[in-house]
Design a protein around this ligand. Structure first.
Ligand code: COA
Length: 253
């Protein structure tokens, strides 16, 4: 890939060794639909090239990501189809070796929040809010978060975020280790880019080895993602979930 490309509300841009990936569906608060997941998985695949050292991930002003598109959840609940790209992305995320630096401004919900556990450095503006309404939607935590969250934040904070569904403001996210640091809106992009540049300048082999060591056993992570997805699929078809999705869609229409 060279220069920039846009696929399904996802912009990618290669600048030296840094692959910038920007979510851009602001009218839906950057909820991820299937083409967006497909574009994200494609970006992760491309980032495996040795010439790419770091992924820099960002969203729209005020909306980093509002989670999986609930319309897609509802369709899956009714037909058992249409979330293949969601599942493929989560699997690819678990297998990724390239470091990710995140720049978060605003809402980070569902996968928008659990993505943080795969971002090696994460910066967020003071108005950012992290929340996972999994239980309220009748589903369960995903993307390896049930394994990674207790490691990153401790059991209590992980429970609060993933099960109780508490909203973490930027300060709480920093305090609990969900993100690296709160930075002002004006400084977000530059701070994240500089951090990505510093990482990209490290000896790449040593960086890859060190990241793998810190991530822990990749087989355990992949096994947990698979286990979560099996439960997630089952829960998507439950009455609790179908009612929650239908209520959200009715509210939107
Ligand atoms: N799936 C589908 N559409 C979504 C969405 C999602 N996850 N999140 C937001 N949208 C849509 C809304 O339906 C609305 O569409 P419309 O303008 O066609 O009605 C648009 O994005 C703007 O959202 P709105 O709810 O009006 O904005 P808000 O600022 O009042 O609230 C949220 C933003 C993100 C708090 C709220 O939209 C929300 O709770 N979304 C669901 C988040 C969620 O549960 N994600 C799944 C996690 S597993």
């Amino acid at each position: 890939m060279s220069g920039g490309a846009t696929t399904g509300h996802v912009h990618t841009h290669l600048d030296g060794a840094i692959l910038s990936v920007r979510l851009d569906r602001p009218d839906k608060k950057n909820a991820l639909d299937q083409p967006m997941y497909r574009a994200l998985t494609q970006a992760l695949t491309e980032a495996a090239a040795p010439s790419i050292r770091v992924i820099l991930l960002s969203g729209a002003p005020g909306a980093f990501c509002a989670g999986n598109d609930i319309g897609d959840f509802l369709r899956y609940a009714q037909t058992g189809e249409g979330l293949e790209d969601t599942f493929a992305f989560m699997t690819a995320l678990g297998a990724l070796d390239t470091p990710i630096v995140a720049a978060v401004d605003g809402l980070a919900i569902g996968i928008g929040a659990t993505l943080m556990f795969h971002c090696d450095l994460a910066f967020a503006t003071p108005r950012s809010v992290f929340r996972t309404p999994f239980l309220d939607l009748g589903v369960v935590p995903e993307a390896g978060s049930s394994l990674l969250a207790p490691l990153h934040m401790g059991q209590r904070n992980a429970f609060d975020l993933l099960v109780a569904g508490a909203a973490f403001d930027a300060a709480a996210a920093e305090r609990t280790g969900l993100i690296s640091r709160v930075v002002g809106e004006d400084a977000l992009e530059a701070t994240a880019r500089q951090a990505a540049e510093r990482l990209a300048a490290k000896p790449p082999e040593a960086l890859a080895i060190a990241r793998r060591l810190l991530r822990g056993d990749p087989a355990a992570l992949q096994a947990r993602i698979t286990q979560e997805l099996a439960l997630f699929e089952e829960r998507l078809r439950s009455r609790e979930a179908r009612e929650a999705f239908a209520a959200f869609m009715a509210r939107s229409s």
